[in-house]
Design a binder for this molecule. Structure first.
Ligand SMILES: Cc1ncc(COP(=O)(O)O)c(C=O)c1O
Length: 388
């Protein structure tokens, strides 16, 4: 983990607020996941969780799940192997799909009948066969109903360029109940069987997002953060017996490697105003700062007075409370507060444009004392300025 000494150095060198993502932690964790998978199933990284990890994940993951033209543009500029990309997303336009084809993407998910027809038509125009995974809905706007899915299976011969190879299913994020997922996998198994016996078609692949949960708050259990995958491995192994299985995760791979570095900018009564804020921080389940993430306090003074603080950000909203109650020892202006386990979604989900504040710099820690600045602090005022 990025040490306290390194955090001080990063804050000095690159300023605050900033994100640091530790590639040693990331690669070690991914290697552990590989060990658990034991070659039974493939591992796909959902880049929405943190695109700054793409160069590393491109080398070590089997696939990268890409969900928008913007995410595809990131992959293109980073020269991601196109055959690794699974092009997904609830809204795929003609231009998006054509660009993905042109880049060499050969696997698409179809989230609706219309999407399937669009992919099929473009594939035919480009005279290029592609693999399509039909996304089954889990009861949300994503994916299609079983009825629609079966209708596409029925029509498959009319679409020779869009080869239906399997099913895509996402259980939801931060899923803490393995029983629910087991039931969903049983439904999927029955669907594979139904397609085999009722439609004479052998589906090969299952692209499955288990939404493995991660601990992030002080009270969470950090004793074995890989436990959700270990506990679910037998079920996945069984699943790999009837489908060529890929598991697709974002949070589980990336959460642990990230730290958000802020400084106390001002102190008054019980309020600590940080130079960052909720615009950069997204911990799932942390409503109104009620839960306390793991925070390291790096002091600049010898002050030892303990006090409870309300940790607020720099936005003009009473909602900008990162933590409602946190006891800290000798907190002084200029001290660093480093929020750990922030590698997933914070860098992408924040309300970055509010108040036109500067976006944090992003630093990759390659190994001990070796850092690489991969994004300078980014001014957002230009994005909020009308052209006159
Ligand atoms: C289709 C799909 N797959 C995978 C993921 C990644 O989920 P998680 O970060 O919980 O692993 C998401 C997240 O929204 C998703 O929508």
């Amino acid at each position: 983990m990025t040490s306290c000494t390194e955090i001080r150095e990063i804050a000095e060198r690159y300023g605050t607020p900033s994100f640091v993502f530790d590639l040693e932690i990331l690669t070690e964790r991914f290697a552990e996941m590989r060990k658990i998978a034991d070659g039974r199933y493939h591992l796909c990284y959902s880049i929405k969780a943190n695109p700054f990890l793409v160069p590393c994940m491109n080398e070590i993951a089997d696939n990268l799940e890409v969900c928008s033209p913007g995410e595809l543009a990131i992959c293109k500029s980073l020269h991601v192997h196109p055959e690794k990309i699974i092009y997904s997303g609830v809204n795929k336009g003609e231009k998006d799909v054509t660009e993905a084809f042109a880049y060499g993407v050969c696997t698409f998910t179809a989230e609706s009948v219309n999407q399937f027809h669009l992919i099929s038509r473009i594939a035919e125009q480009m005279d290029k066969k592609v693999s399509v995974l039909l996304r089954l809905t889990s009861g949300t706007q994503f994916g299609m109903s079983e009825e629609d899915l079966l209708s596409l299976i029925e029509q498959r011969e009319a679409h020779p360029y869009a080869q239906i190879d399997g099913i895509h299913f996402f259980a939801g994020t931060q899923q803490k109940k393995p029983e629910k997922k087991k039931k969903e996998l049983a439904v999927l198994k029955a669907l594979f069987e139904k397609i085999r016996s009722g439609y004479g078609m052998e589906l090969k692949k299952l692209e499955y997002g288990p939404g493995f949960p991660v601990p992030v708050f002080e009270d969470d259990d950090f004793s074995d953060t890989l436990k959700p995958m270990k506990e679910f491995h037998e079920t996945l192994k069984e699943t790999a017996g009837w489908a060529d299985l890929t598991i697709e995760t974002g949070r589980f791979i990336s959460a642990e490697c990230g730290t958000y570095i802020t400084r106390a900018a001002d102190l008054k009564s019980s309020y600590c105003i940080l130079d960052g804020g909720i615009n950069h921080v997204s911990y799932i389940g942390q409503m109104m700062g009620m839960k306390v993430p793991v925070i390291r306090h790096l002091k600049t003074t010898d002050n030892t007075d303990k006090k409870e603080w309300i940790l607020c950000g720099s936005l003009c909203t009473v909602n900008d409370v990162l933590v409602r109650k946190k006891e800290l020892e000798g907190l002084s202006v200029g001290d660093i507060l480093a929020f750990d386990h922030i590698g997933a979604y914070s860098v992408t989900e924040g309300i970055y444009l509010f108040l036109s504040r500067t976006m944090p710099s992003v630093i990759l820690r390659e190994n001990k004392n070796s850092f690489r600045l991969v994004r300078n602090p980014l001014e957002t005022s230009e994005l909020n300025t009308p052209v006159i």
